[in-house]
Design a protein around this ligand. Structure first.
Ligand SMILES: [Zn+2]
Ligand SMILES: [Zn+2]
Length: 257
C-alpha cells in the first residue's frame, strides 16, 4: 500500500459563501472519490474495505503526528484530542511507532496534565466510586470501550460510507465482474454490508463470490504447504505466498479492526 499524509482532501467549504450548497457539493465529491477508491481497491489483493481503511488509518496517524509538535498545543485539533481523552490503546501505540519521541512527549504531557487535574478534582475519598462507576474520563481510560478515540470514530464513519458505496458500485455488471476476480470482502465486512443491502440478488451475488474467493485462498494455502520443501518451494506462486495473510484477513479482517 502507498502511504503518506494526504492532508485535507475536501477544502471546498472554506472557499464558499453558501454553506448549504457547499454541503451538497461536498457530499457529491466525497461519493465520487469514495467510488473511485473502492473500485481501485478491487485490485489490492485483499478485502477492498480493509485495504482502504488501513490507508485511512495511516493517513490519520500521520495527521496526528503532524499535530504533535509542542508548537501546535493551541490548535483546535489538539484541543479536540485532549477533550476526547486521547487515542485508544491500539492507536496510541501505532501513533508512537511513527511519531518522534518529542511528539509523543508533548501529547503525553498534555494528557497527563489533564489526568492529574481529573484525579485531583475527585480526590482520594471520591475516587473508588468514580472508578467503579467509570465516571467522566475514567470511562475512556478504563480501555473498555474505544468510542472516545478520534481515529476509531473516523474509521468507523468511513467504513460505513465505503460499505454503502460498494452496494451502489456492485449494481454495475462490469464492476461486479471485477469484484469477482478480486479476493472480496473479509467475513466481518461481509456480515456488515448486509445492513446496507435491500436487493436480494446482490446478497446472492456476494454469497456466491465469497465462497469462490474463499475457495481460492484455501487452495493457495494448501498448495503453499505442499510446496514447503525444496525443490518445490521454488515453484510457489505469488498468490500462494500471500495466502497465509489473505486467509487470516478473510477470517478476522485487517489487523486493528
Ligand atoms: Zn475487510
Ligand atoms: Zn482508536
Amino acid at each position: 500500500m502507498g502511504s503518506g499524509f494526504t492532508g485535507c482532501r475536501f477544502s471546498v467549504r472554506r472557499d464558499s459563501e453558501s454553506n448549504r450548497s457547499v454541503g451538497y457539493l461536498e457530499i457529491g465529491i466525497v461519493e465520487k472519490v469514495d467510488n473511485k477508491k473502492i473500485i481501485e481497491s478491487f485490485s489490492s489483493g485483499r478485502c477492498p474495505i480493509c485495504a482502504l481503511l488501513r490507508q485511512d488509518e495511516f493517513d490519520g496517524l500521520c495527521h496526528w503526528v503532524g499535530q504533535s509538535d509542542d508548537k501546535d498545543k493551541e490548535s483546535e485539533e489538539r484541543k479536540r484530542l485532549l477533550a476526547s481523552g486521547g487515542f485508544c490503546n491500539y492507536h496510541f501505540w501505532e501513533f508512537q511507532g511513527i511519531s518522534t519521541h518529542y511528539g509523543s512527549a508533548s501529547i503525553g504531557a498534555e494528557l497527563i496534565e489533564r489526568l492529574i487535574k481529573v484525579l485531583q478534582t475527585h480526590g482520594f475519598e471520591d475516587l473508588v466510586d468514580a472508578f467503579k462507576e467509570r465516571k467522566e474520563d475514567f470511562k475512556a481510560w478504563s480501555l473498555e470501550g474505544y468510542t472516545h478515540c478520534l481515529l476509531c470514530r473516523d474509521i468507523k464513519k468511513k467504513e460505513k460510507r465505503y460499505l454503502k458505496e460498494l452496494t451502489v458500485i456492485l449494481q454495475d455488471d462490469s464492476y461486479k465482474a471485477k469484484y469477482s476476480e478480486s479476493y472480496g470482502l473479509c467475513i466481518p465486512h461481509f456480515i456488515k454490508i448486509v445492513d446496507y443491502i435491500e436487493d436480494g440478488s446482490l446478497i446472492k451475488f456476494l454469497f456466491e463470490t465469497e465462497l469462490a474467493q474463499m475457495g481460492k485462498i484455501k487452495a493457495n494455502a494448501i498448495n503453499l504447504i505442499q510446496k514447503k520443501e525444496p525443490p518445490f518451494c521454488w515453484q510457489q506462486t505469488e498468490d500462494e505466498k500471500k495466502s497465509w495473510f489473505r486467509a487470516i484477513e478473510k477470517i478476522v479482517g485487517r489487523s486493528g479492526t
